[in-house]
Design a protein around this ligand. Sequence first.
Ligand code: PRX
Length: 656
Amino acid sequence: MATIESILHEKRVFPPSDEFVRHANVSGLEAYRALCDEAQQDYLAFWARLARQHIDWHKPFTHVLDETNAPFYKWFDDGELNVSWNCLDRHLATNGNKTAIIFESDEGAVTHCSYRELHAQVCRFANALKSLGVKTGDRVLIYMPMRIEAVVAMQACARIGAIHSVVFGGFSAKSVRERAINAGACVIVTADQQTRGGKQHALKTTVDEALAMGGADCVRHVVVYRHTGATIAWNTPRDRWWHELIDNQSAKCDPVWVNAEHPLFTLYTSGSTGKPKGVQHSSAGYLLGAMVSIQWIFDFKPHDIFWCTADVGWITGHTYVAYGPLAMGGTQVIFEGAPTYPDAGRFWKIIQNHKVSVFYTAPTAIRSLIKLGADLPAQYDLSSLRLLGSVGEPINPEAWMWYYTVVGQSRCPIVDTWWQTETGSHMIAPTPGAIALKPGSCTFPLPGIDAAVVDEAGHAVPPGQGGFLVIKRPFPSQLRTLWNDPERFKQTYFPKDIAGGSYYLAGDSAQRSEDGYFWIMGRTDDVLNVSGHRLGTMEVESALVANPLVAEAAVVGKPHEIKGEAIVAFVVLKGIRPQGEQAAEITATLRDWVAREIGSIARPDEIRFGDNLPKTRSGKIMRRLLRALAKGETITQDTSTLENPAILEQLNQPGR
Ligand code: PRX
């Protein structure tokens, strides 16, 4: 894979075609600059205009931004709205019969769901939640397959002002338990199983395990959607079938009007400690970010068929599946399965069959599809595509060029979108009818987003120099706090030493080239990016040391051709260092163990055993050395401060 150095030397430039510019929502560089200038001249008036234009308010706001308790910013905070009403009801009069969702199952069955049908389903389920006693402000944990019902559950919560917390279906029982307890969830919505790539995976059984571990007494009910019909254990009266609950419910449910700042959801993500953090988003500011980014970056047109491949368990699946496309009144594809099932042509076939016009996926998927069939797209009719998107990790120029020429047939701009769970929506990404693209660069901030690269004191660094990526002014879609942990929120995102705590610190390093383009270089904290998914090294380490065989563990990332980053664990066992067959067996045991503790995305790619770990004389593990060892680099760093230099040779042997 290309290194950041080779990306920075990228000279190829791809301006938008005249045809694209002519029809673009932000048409030409001047139009982009005009929006930036508008924000520059009167920041609050700019956001207020957009909030009035895009959102239907039950009670209009008069305050735009309240900074009195910074960094706990409030936007539009005397206004009232309902997010589900904005996503559904407001389209009914003019677009009720328009297809909201084209759903394709793992096995290829296709269902079309109109706005009217989706609205009815959401209302029924919202009434069902109410029948279980769920009230405004209550938390509901959603652990569902990637099906229409996942969106229905999320929208139903929004409708009654309940705060959802979606947990990705690949996470373990322990992760479900931890999140349910932290959120204080009163209901868990799940399914019997999920199906992906022709295989079934337990969901309800995992929830049962999570609750059997104890501590989550807050959970009163588990609502189960019957998907595969698998036999599952049943716990009366706690467990309730989805279909029985909605059976007699009305297809009308008045939305609960909430304050603009009312939490819409929390979503757990990894940080630099072993404990995931519950990122809390607002209602109005979040919705606005989703809408303006779809308007500007995805160049939304009412006739588009939009397809974002992300699972609703991640922020991308929240903003660009469950909320944004619906709020815009668009038509989107939701796909239950995997890109390589039944073969590596599946994505291209879906694009062809449903005439997808805007396609948004992750570099890891692109790289794996190149590997499994670089010539496959040519066998499908991809002429419906007009815009491509990339998200979640840096895209290497080779993958970018393939995406551009083979998938987009050199006709479709690629929007490389940099953002995070915490920012809620795109922050740095090209407005495709205005900005010339460079492979590997997410280009320029969205209008109104004051992004910069600074040094440790918060001063701007010169072009070509790396630094911390920050956003200097509050913006509507940013996280409001960490659930149950306002102190960690302040310390992590608004550290005092950078500009007195007034900048949002993203946790990424970046640099700008002379011409102002942004290039993201990677995380500055102990967070890995494995196949576009965020994982804390400490989380994996805590899982490993929870195994009775393990005395100590250190986890680092190393570059991986497909996944972007792979997980390498250095492990010291309680007994003697295993070798040969025994090492292979323990490796397999520990890999499965981590998958069970956290989820299969955290399964280490490689485990190396040592008698101990490289530490300084004060006992600190030297991670930089471990990273170099994992990459197979020759150690050029000074190792004189190392307590036990001989260990390097032992750990230098590739693991399994
Ligand atoms: O390191 C950046 C990387 O993904 C991190 C955010 O991860 P998460 O909160 O899970 O959200 C992923 C989907 C928005 C960032 O801190 N990242 C995300 N998008 C890009 C990226 N790195 C480079 N280029 C991107 N386009």
